[in-house]
Design a protein around this ligand. Structure first.
Ligand code: SAH
Length: 227
């Protein structure tokens, strides 16, 4: 990434109330360059130029930071080119992150990026969400997804993998609030409650984003999970 792009990244993170150290800035730069390089050969993402990578991938992924604790375990279901998993791991190095996608080449890219960035406690798994529960007995504090599926389907995959007090968080665009309201009865039937629907605006574009936070019924105070 060139100097202008790095400055845009700093501006976006500042708008989100975050600050990047020089190491994190370098990591985002390397990650963006690798994403562009691999994208020329394999189709990782439709978003290809620096500005869009910064705003629509990096800043969008980082809208989650304010509602996550700095430690614990996080599963990203259907992470594609590594979103939001890799930006979160760059900013929250003590979070243990597992990133899953059904398409092997995307997971190979994420492993390559994680090696270059020397990310510790980051695992990229080639698997279908449906098969995870059969092969893994780990349970997560957070299960997140972006642009993955409708809420009931995401929740049905996430629920067996969630700790009792854990949170499922769906990252949604325009219409996210309506989707959450429409799904609430179906979620209730499987023992899941919508605890929050946070509204965020993307830096630069001002596009609406919604973070739909869900938990098992009886898993604690709805406000207690905001650090
Ligand atoms: N979260 C990324 C990618 C979204 S595209 C982003 O926001 O940029 C949705 C991704 O989910 C694709 O990469 C697709 O391969 C993956 N996917 C779809 N169904 C899946 C399933 N059942 N299990 C795991 N991954 C799946």
């Amino acid at each position: 990434m060139n100097r202008d792009a790095l400055e845009l990244l700093i501006r976006c993170t500042e708008e989100l109330g975050l600050s990047l150290d020089s190491n994190q800035l370098e990591h985002f730069g390397v990650f963006a360059d690798e994403l562009k390089k691999w994208n020329r050969k394999i189709n990782l993402t439709a978003i290809r130029d620096d500005r869009d990578i910064i705003v629509k991938h990096f800043a969008d992924s980082l809208t989650l930071i304010g509602i996550l604790k700095k430690t614990g375990s996080l599963l990203d279901l259907g992470s594609g080119g590594g979103f939001p998993a890799i930006p979160l791991k760059i900013m929250l190095p003590r979070l243990s992150v597992v990133s899953v996608d059904a398409v092997e080449k995307k997971i190979l890219f994420q492993r390559h990026a994680a090696r270059l960035l020397k990310l510790h406690d980051f695992t990229a798994l080639h698997a279908r969400g449906e098969d995870l529960v059969k092969n893994h007995d780990v349970r997560f504090d957070y299960i997140v997804s972006r642009a993955f599926s409708d809420l009931p389907c995401f929740v049905s995959l996430a629920l067996p993998l969630l700790k009792g007090s854990g949170r499922i968080i769906a990252m949604k665009g325009k219409g996210g609030e309506g989707e959450a309201a429409a799904a609430s009865r179906a979620l209730d039937a499987v023992g899941v409650r919508i605890l929050h629907c946070f509204h965020r605006k993307l830096p630069v574009t001002g596009d609406d984003r919604y973070l739909v936070v869900m938990g098992k019924k009886g898993s604690g105070d709805a406000t207690a999970d905001i650090p």
